[in-house]
Design a protein around this ligand. Structure first.
Ligand code: ADP
Length: 501
């Protein structure tokens, strides 16, 4: 019987020993602060070079405890000697290669080999601590990001504010309230009642786990003033509880500017349409008396109302030229006001541009010949069709041809055209008086003439190119001028989309 009790004891001891040996936690027993037993896991924790458990036997425990933890160790040792078991304690251990590891352990008094000793269970928590530190760091970074964000950030749960950053306090607090002021208050107090329903809708979405995109609200500040804000909201867990995080921005100023801009555009459009109406009306009023005046001058010039003296004939010729000029000016004004009214006034058809240009060349041929100027064209075959307003495009071509004629005294004009991407590119190069860099763009402004006195001699209203640009742009094309300078000739370019609109 006695024998079998011994057997039992040995068997239980065996079990205990193998449990201790195989434990994934480090288990060590020391007596008089010197190791008397170390299991394999403990040897792995403290031994950095693969030392076996036996290596540690007889070594001082203190050797493996970092100096700033030694006092704690001594104190705990004292308590254990008094028979106390110690709870989890954090230590920094020094391994056999001098590196440090974070460990935590419990310790209890035992008897080992008949002597009082301490049994300690230790665990390497370096990795866990590293993760905890990383988490703490990332939390810190997130917090400072939130704190310093120029956007207002607030967290609330059950419509009660849990957190606001400084920017949020500034946006909502009109009297310099601190973020703490808002904690525990209802968010409804800061949202205009007209927007409560919208908020509830958004909260529903958030409860279903969605993030809510930019939404406009009107907030009520602590002094009762109202501001426009745009906000995004998302569900988050805050201090372990589901909550809503809202990020918002004061857009009152932005909205005010937008509104002012819209009003300005509206006013400008109004002014534009009044101006167009006025021009159309004025042109009509000017045209009405001009028609009979021109008729009478023509009759007089033709001698139908009696024989004229040379002086009278000369005077009438001046009157005729001037009334023609006035007619042109009125026509250009009407064109301009009509084009400013928009595209809808264009009368569209498919136009063979090569044919149209040849037709206009034929029309101008005589005038160029009379001035001793050449007028040549190099138009590539199959130029393509343009969807446009024939009469308006004629005006553009005629204006360019007329200008080349007016401003060229030697040489002439060469017209080239070819396809470029989806466009037809026209080039009208004359050998005339040329244009200085400063004028290249301005000649498209209304009434702009480089040399008004010269142009007066050569005729013109200063509106031709303005009308041309309107027409070309209404056809989704482009027109511009290039010149190497005075007396270097000018080239007018025009791009028109093939079968546009
Ligand atoms: P205008 O009726 O005066 O010709 P435009 O608008 O057609 O009005 O042209 C504006 C001004 O551009 C002209 O007065 C002239 O100074 C300049 N210009 C236009 N075409 C040419 C050209 N081919 N060569 C030199 N200058 C030109």
């Amino acid at each position: 019987m006695k024998y079998s009790k011994n057997e039992e004891l040995r068997a239980s001891e065996e079990r205990y020993r193998s449990l201790v040996e195989l434990s994934p936690d480090g288990i060590a027993v020391y007596s008089d602060a010197v190791f008397v037993y170390v299991n394999a896991a403990a040897a792995r924790i403290i031994g950095a070079k693969g030392e076996m458990a036996e290596y540690f036997i007889g070594k001082s425990v203190m050797e493996f405890v970092r100096s700033d933890y030694r006092d704690l160790f001594k104190e705990q040792l004292r308590q254990i000697q008094e028979g106390k078991t110690l709870g989890l304690t954090h230590y920094v251990f020094i391994r056999t290669d001098g590196s440090e590891i974070d460990g935590e352990g419990v310790a209890a008094p035992v008897t080992y080999g008949g002597k009082p000793a301490v049994q300690t269970v230790i665990r390497d928590i370096t990795e866990r601590k590293r993760m905890e530190d990383a988490l703490r760091d990332s939390e810190k970074r997130y917090r400072s990001l939130v704190e310093q964000s120029p956007d207002g950030i607030a967290v609330y749960s059950d419509r009660i504010v849990l957190y606001v950053n400084s920017a949020a306090a500034c946006i909502i607090g009109a009297k310099g309230e601190n973020p703490e002021y808002f904690i525990g208050k209802s968010v409804m107090g800061f949202i205009h009642p007209d927007y409560w329903e919208l908020l509830e809708e958004r909260l529903q979405q958030i409860q279903e786990g969605s993030t809510v995109g930019l939404t406009n609200y009107v907030f009520v500040r602590t002094d009762g003033t109202e501001i426009d804000v745009e906000a995004t909201s998302a569900p988050i867990i805050y201090e372990g509880k589901p909550a809503v995080q809202a990020v918002f921005r004061d857009i009152t100023e932005q909205k005010r500017i937008e509104k002012a801009r819209e009003e300005l555009v509206f006013r400008l459009q109004e002014i534009d349409s009044i101006r167009n109406e006025f021009i159309a009306l004025a042109a009509h009023e000017l045209r009405t008396p001009l028609t009979p005046i021109r008729g009478i001058v023509d009759l007089l010039c033709a001698g139908r109302l009696g024989i004229l003296t040379n002086k009278q004939e000369e005077m009438l010729r001046v009157a005729r030229v001037q009334s023609e000029r006035l007619q042109n000016l009125i026509d250009d004004m009407v064109d301009l006001s009509m084009l400013q009214g928009g595209l809808s006034k264009l009368c569209l058809a498919l136009i063979d541009m090569a044919g149209l240009i040849e037709e206009r060349i034929a029309f101008f041929r005589d005038s160029f010949d009379k001035k001793g100027l050449y007028l040549r064209s190099e138009l590539k075959e199959g130029l393509g069709l343009v969807c446009g307003d024939r009469q308006q495009l004629i005006k553009v071509i005629d204006n360019i041809l007329d200008n080349a004629l007016k401003f060229t005294d030697k040489g002439g004009l060469k017209i080239r055209a070819g396809q470029e991407n989806e466009m037809i590119r026209f080039e009208f190069s004359d050998t005339g008086i040329g244009l200085e860099q400063d004028h290249l763009e301005r000649i498209f402004d209304p009434f702009y003439q480089v040399e008004p006195t010269l142009t007066r001699v050569r005729g013109g209203t200063g509106l031709g190119l303005t009308v041309a640009r309107y027409v070309v742009e209404a056809h989704r094309g482009k027109i511009w001028a290039e010149s190497a300078g005075l007396d270097q000739g000018s080239t007018f370019y025009m791009l028109l989309p093939i079968e546009c609109l």
